[in-house]
Design a protein around this ligand. Structure first.
Ligand SMILES: *[C@@H]1O[C@H](CO)[C@@H](O)[C@H](O)[C@H]1NC(C)=O
Length: 627
């Protein structure tokens, strides 16, 4: 029994073992199956998640393009989530997997930057950075631990302000984080679906009183500093200064001078302002920079003003009285008179004899009647009289009246009001004049004045100090020729109206540059450069700039930068013409007398030899009467 039972027991135990083995195998299979099922289900879930995320992202991009369309998408980072979505948008696509384009690409202003990872964009090229500074950036943060305020702070430090980001949980939360510079915390949370404020906004429209650092070059009339008598604050005036003042007001910023102690009235060379701008020490310079010699406009705005930069020249002195005859006796007119004289001689000879019989060279060149006729003196009227001869004589009389009146009129008016000496038209003229060109060393270098082949160092005075030069120019010292911009010249011209007589004129012929583009210097990465440029254009469109330029003289007078003083040195007008003023004429007269005496003596000698006849005064008188 025991055995049986034992065997029975043994048999049952075996059965149990098999059973449990089978069951465990089944369990294992089941577990495996379950695991397989679970895995499959999980994968299914994941794909459904991803398509949902894609839909959300697409919706986000549509929202962004509705705010402001984009025509170029720049994608930074490898396998970025945005990439597959962009085929739905009709845009140019640039994929930068390395994080830098390494080339000076001209990206359009409607570029949208999409980045996977906040450090995917490692752009180095400074010009590309300027172009992309304003572009909107949408960042997919792969690392959830980095908080939005950190990200915004990092981008603000790089002077990139148009930033929005999403986190991987975007699909559940629909949260977008937009960076905002002038507030705390420095970002806002926005929900995708809700009606909400824009993701990207122009933050610099209200700068909440932040500083705008500037320095004024104090070159009147574009920028002039003064102390407000009521508040004691330093303020600025002038057409460039006004543009900046108004901009500061418009964007609610605070104007701040870099050096607190900027001395009112101390000018700074505009090239030094450009240097400060290049070193990022100023935001906007209250000055005008020159495009000349620059390959790009990185530190300048669009041209603000088109101007010429020429020389202001002392008005030439009045011609001295004793040279007035020289001016009147013009060789060309003399030539014409000579031809007229010869033709009248020929006509008279032919008219008298109605043939060319009596024609000799001496008869033509020394024709007594024609000469006296042309000089407006009486001459013997021909006795044998034809109509033709009469006509010729009338013509002669007419020509003589015209000529003598003309010369008399010239002479008398010039003696009453002497004409000026010839104007200087070229640098060669300056060389042979008594004037010196004054120029500062810096400007001579900038405008390559010495490379000009016709600039003569001997007739140039180089001044080292910019403000010394300006002071000298303001004194209207007529020993010098000064470079001056056309805008500044207008105020000098206005000032000269107070003088007894003007002493300078603006030369359009001798220039450092006939077409100079003047621009306001701005920092290379100024984040509101576009706003500022738009502001300039609006003011120009409305005519404010021209208005300010027009009234700059009054501003200068108001700030006492223009002394109301007569700097001209009018020549003391001579009371009467003196004998010495006629010296040239008298000398000529003496010369002519001596010549005629010589001729007379010669003739006397010849007459003696040929006819051996004594010539008495009587015969001379007879000879004269005969003619
Ligand atoms: C102008 O400058 C010259 C040369 O420096 C000087 O001799 C002259 O006195 C100055 N004239 C006036 C009016 O200051």
């Amino acid at each position: 029994m025991f055995l049986v039972s034992g065997s029975l027991q043994k048999g049952r135990a075996q059965q149990d073992l098999v059973q449990s083995f089978v069951m465990s195998v089944c369990g294992l299979i089941c577990a495996l199956l379950l695991m397989c099922c679970q895995l499959a289900a999980g994968r299914l879930l994941a794909t459904s998640n991803r398509t949902e995320m894609g839909e959300k992202l697409k919706q986000l991009l549509v929202e962004v393009s509705l705010e402001k369309p984009f025509n170029t998408a720049l994608v930074y980072g490898k396998d970025c989530v945005f990439l597959p979505l962009l085929k739905n948008f009709d845009v140019a696509l640039v994929i930068v997997t390395e994080g830098t384009t390494n080339f000076d690409w001209d990206f359009p202003s409607l570029t949208l930057i999409l980045a996977c990872g906040w450090d995917a964009d490692r752009e180095q090229n400074s010009r590309t950075l300027i172009k992309l500074q304003r572009a909107r950036r949408l960042i997919y943060m792969e690392n959830e631990r980095i908080k939005p305020n950190e990200v915004c702070g990092t981008f603000f430090a790089k002077e990139q302000y148009n930033i929005a980001m999403i986190y991987p949980n975007f699909e559940e939360t629909s949260l977008i984080y937009g960076c905002r510079n002038f507030q705390s915390p420095n970002y806002v949370e926005l929900k995708l679906e809700e009606g909400r404020t824009a993701i990207f906004i122009q933050q610099f429209l209200n700068m909440q009183g932040s500083d705008l650092v500037t320095d004024a070059d104090q070159l009147a009339p574009r920028s002039m500093l003064y102390r407000d008598p009521h508040t004691g604050e330093t303020k600025m005036l002038g057409y460039v200064a006004n543009t900046i003042n108004h901009f500061v007001q418009k964007v609610n910023a605070t104007l701040k001078f870099r050096s607190k102690s900027q001395v009112v009235g101390k000018t700074i060379y505009y090239g030094d302002i450009e240097k400060l701008i290049e070193e990022d020490l100023l935001d906007i310079g209250t000055s005008l920079g020159v495009v000349l010699g620059r390959s790009n406009l990185d530190i300048l705005t669009y041209p603000y003003l088109l101007n010429s930069y020429c020389f202001m020249m002392p008005l030439p002195a009045k011609l001295p009285y004793n040279q007035i005859y020289m001016v009147i006796v013009d060789p060309l007119v003399l030539g014409i008179i000579f031809i007229l004289f010869c033709s009248f001689s020929l006509l008279l000879i032919y008219g008298q004899a109605t043939s060319w019989k009596g024609l000799t060279l001496s008869q033509v060149l020394l024709n007594d009647k024609s000469l006296r006729g042309l000089l407006g003196q009486s001459f013997p009227w021909p006795t044998s009289f034809s109509k033709k001869l009469k006509l010729i004589c009338m013509l002669l009389c007419f020509a003589s009246v015209m000529m003598t009146t003309m010369y008399e009129a010239y002479l008398q008016s010039f003696f009453t009001r002497p004409p000026p000496e010839p104007f200087l038209r070229t640098l060669e003229d300056v060389d042979s004049s008594r004037y010196l060109i004054v120029i500062t060393k810096k400007e001579a270098d900038r405008f390559s004045f010495h490379n000009n082949p016709s600039s003569n160092r001997a007739r140039t005075k180089i001044v080292d100090n910019w403000s010394d030069f300006l002071q000298l120019r303001d004194t209207f010292n007529a020993s010098y020729i000064y470079p001056v911009s056309e805008v500044r010249w207008r105020t000098y011209k206005e000032q000269q109206k107070l003088f007894e007589e003007p002493s300078f004129y603006y030369s359009d012929d001798i220039c450092l540059s006939r077409m100079l583009f003047l621009c306001i210097p701005v920092r290379q990465y100024l984040p509101y450069r576009d706003l500022f440029q738009e502001h300039i254009q609006r003011q120009q469109e409305f005519g404010l700039t021209t208005f300010w330029i027009d009234r700059s003289f009054y501003d200068m007078v108001r700030l006492r930068l223009t002394p109301l003083e007569d700097f001209s040195r009018p020549q003391v007008a001579a009371e009467a013409i003196e004998l010495i003023d006629l010296s040239w004429i008298l000398e000529l007269y003496v010369l002519a007398l001596v010549l005629s005496c010589c001729f007379f003596a010669l003739e006397l000698c010849r007459g003696k030899k040929s006819s051996q006849k004594r010539i008495t005064w009587n015969t001379i008188l007879n000879w004269h009467n005969r003619n």
